[in-house]
Design a protein around this ligand. Sequence first.
Ligand code: ATP
Ligand code: MG
Length: 362
Amino acid sequence: APRSARTYRLGLLEGDGIGPEIVPAATRAVDAALTAAGAPAVEWVPLPLGRDAIEEHGTPSPESTLAALDELDAWLLGPHDSAAYPEPHRSRLNPSGTIRTRFGLYANIRPAKSFEGAKAMVPGTDLVIVRENTEGFYADRNTHAGTGEFMPTPDVAIAHGIITRPAVERIAHTAFQLARGRRGKLTIVHKANVLRLTTGLFRDVCREIAEQYPDVTVDDYHIDAMTVHLLRRAPEFDVIVTENMFGDILSDLTGELAGSLGIAPSINVSDRQGMAQAAHGSAPDIAGKDLANPIAMMLSSSMLLQWLGDRHQDAGLRTAAAALDAGIARTVAAGTCTSDMGGSAGTTEFAAAVAAAIADAR
Ligand code: ATP
Ligand code: MG
């Protein structure tokens, strides 16, 4: 197919630990997929964030990087190991937290999908967690930052949670629209028998929004019961919408049910911008050894292409996203994978194999 004239500018924030290995592996696969799909080219915009930025700019989250991101639609974010930064940076909000807050990336979308050739505790799992990312019981992300958690005396610690109607409405719309494009099922997860006002409001507002989506089947479960249902019958779930902390915990569970940390992707989006971010961390224990599995970062990048394609009604980007997913699946099915999945390929070798698989399928 002929390439369209439009060029997308995508930010590239490599991050710490295995970031400088998995992010270039992902851009290599993205470039191959865009070419194969005849999609518009991407202009990568590298920006410092994290440990590199401390040396150059005296802070892990330089204002110049944040200002540059403000001009972009989308970017790839590598992991950050802020616990290893020198003080005072270690005690502050980590760079990915700073970015989520600064750009109001309110929807954290975390698919859990098992794939052929990879081990999975529950094969056949194919679900997506839609996690509200700005409020709930995460003190550091709360709108009332700084008052989310406090100690009135040295022996008493208090945390509060906040749920607001507008935030639930927008995350509910994100989740229902996603369900509509998938198997048409949405599950609301809450704890309205105990946290009656907060998570009760979350459930009730989601149920109200459900009336605008009569084509989507809705049910709801308490968070504790939900863990049991997922263990017993994960493949029956489609889209799950929940508040911040429940979503964080539940997505670790579903990620493990469907496969492993090295393959679990995510994107964080607002109505204006999107960010691809692997669900795993910076894996300092294997950094710099060409051992990291780049699949999670690659799948996150493909989700971002899909999101960008939907936003700009660009079929080329959507085709590229599908080509990228298929290239990864074919590579793994052919027996090439990194050591965490039982294979012997290095990060670079795996990325080359995916790029070749994508080019071969043209
Ligand atoms: P964070 O606090 O940043 O979330 P974490 O403590 O959850 O970090 P990770 O960095 O995610 O930890 O790593 C957990 C384990 O999984 C480590 O042993 C790491 O090597 C392994 N791991 C994480 N990501 C990958 C990957 N992409 N490929 C291979 N192994 C990985
Ligand atoms: Mg972690």
